[in-house]
Design a protein around this ligand. Structure first.
Ligand code: AMP
Ligand code: MG
Length: 409
């Protein structure tokens, strides 16, 4: 569903007329974001890819009955006090060619095929060898003992990995064991990062005079990698309308992240450029500290992320990250573990606006970090996590139980 586009209202130096709610923006993005088409992928590129189709096994594993132990392949009945003649050996991929007859045993190693006639394996530790090489069981061995049956690990035709599975190392090992090389996975979303700001120096520079170092693009690259996307090389744009518009127009990507230039200052060209090139769906969101953000569709999704690094992180986490993950077949949910803790002190907010508040965990309580200084990225570095104050709340009193989303483990 698309809504008719509003005429573009140039908010520069006027301020936002109205801000969309976080819930409204999320509902729109959820509706307009579907996983990318699948592609084939194979070893050794499978780690962390997301399956677009379930995998069923084309074979039984193991395909033959094999020994789980080093010992003697025997007829179980014979282990009841008989002395057995050792008539040969079975090794992995070198089976015993004959049949184990009553009163006979075959020396066998782990993984070797069980010889015909045998129906159990006597562990080496329970076998008593006499001087003329005959063997006697110290214990009666039941039928089937120490034998891995055909299909015991994986049965032919069984689904071993479900659709949507993010492949773990052991999953990849299992795929190899069933002889599956290529699997269908979701294509990784391609994410373009366009950085605006005449004042910026590239990461790796020292801040110099009135110039500051771009901290957003390296942070965004790490976030995108975490969420299973692939970043195109970062592009730096001057604060100039046509340069901004042309760069957005010429970018081919599933998601375009524009850093900076998203607000209502004279140099904030990105919203106008998106409105000219496609649909600027939202500009201004009731979210602190990421209020000046925007969302557009070109048809790739464009996220206008505030230049202020903390606001940039907040806008990425609440919106952009979900898009990147869902495009790649991953979860819409926040990728953070959640803990419910009492607030150590009161949290001031405002009805009609969601607040993203960094907190430290101290003595089992969530201690809010100074809400001032929306540009201080260090507050997210020293914090253990964040609390989202719902739009309908004015303030949260000390002692209230809140969900803390944890940045780390
Ligand atoms: P803007 O959103 O472009 O108005 O920028 C808001 C504030 O964030 C300004 O103080 C910028 O200098 C700063 N800023 C913008 N982009 C970046 C960036 N990539 N890295 C660090 N700070 C930035
Ligand atoms: Mg700027």
């Amino acid at each position: 569903m698309t809504t008719p586009q509003q005429p573009f209202f140039d908010v520069r130096m006027k301020g936002f007329l109205a801000r969309a709610s976080v819930a409204e923006v999320l509902a729109c993005l959820a509706e307009r974001t579907v996983p990318l088409p699948s592609e084939d992928s194979q070893f050794p590129q499978l780690a962390d890819r997301v399956l677009a189709a379930a995998v069923a096994s084309p074979v039984d594993v193991p395909a033959f009955a094999r020994s789980a132990m080093d010992g003697y392949a025997v007829r179980a009945k014979d282990t009841d006090n008989a002395t057995l003649a050792v008539v040969g050996e079975a090794m992995p991929a070198r089976p015993f060619a004959g049949v184990v007859a009553p009163g006979q045993a075959v020396r066998i190693t782990t993984g070797a095929p069980i010889p015909d006639g045998a129906d159990a394996v006597l562990m080496a530790e329970l076998a008593q060898l006499d001087a003329d090489g005959r063997v006697q069981a110290r214990e009666v061995v039941p039928t089937g003992k120490n034998i891995i049956r055909v299909g015991e690990d994986v049965a032919i035709g069984s689904v071993v990995l479900p659709v949507g599975r993010r492949l773990r190392p052991q999953d990849i090992g299992l795929l190899a064991s069933i002889g599956v090389n290529a699997v269908r996975v979701h294509r990784k979303p391609r994410v373009a990062i366009l950085v605006t700001g005449n004042e910026l120096l590239p990461p790796g520079s020292l801040p110099e005079g009135f110039r500051i170092v771009d901290s957003n693009s390296p942070m965004l690259e790490a976030l995108v990698a975490r969420d299973g996307g692939e970043c195109l090389p970062v592009r730096y744009l001057p604060d100039d309308y046509s340069a901004t518009r042309d760069a957005i127009r010429d970018t081919v990507a599933d998601v375009i992240l524009v850093s900076g230039g998203t607000s209502v200052g004279t140099e904030d060209f990105a919203p106008k450029a998106v409105a000219e090139l496609g649909e600027l769906k939202f500009h201004g969101v009731a979210l602190r500290p990421a209020g000046p953000m925007g969302v557009g569709f070109l048809p790739g999704t464009v996220l206008l992320l505030p230049g202020n690094p903390l606001a940039c992180l907040c806008a990425y986490d609440l919106f952009a990250g979900r898009i990147v993950r869902r495009l790649g077949g991953r979860s819409w949910d926040l990728p953070y573990r959640r803990m419910t803790l009492p607030l150590a002190s009161k949290l001031a907010s405002m009805v009609g606006r969601m607040d993203y508040v960094r907190v430290k965990i101290e003595a089992g309580q969530a201690l809010p970090q100074a809400q001032r200084g929306a540009s201080n990225l260090s507050s997210a570095v020293t914090a253990d996590g964040f609390v989202l104050v719902p739009a309908e709340r004015d303030e949260l009193p000390a002692g209230e139980m809140v969900d803390v989303w944890l940045y780390g483990e």
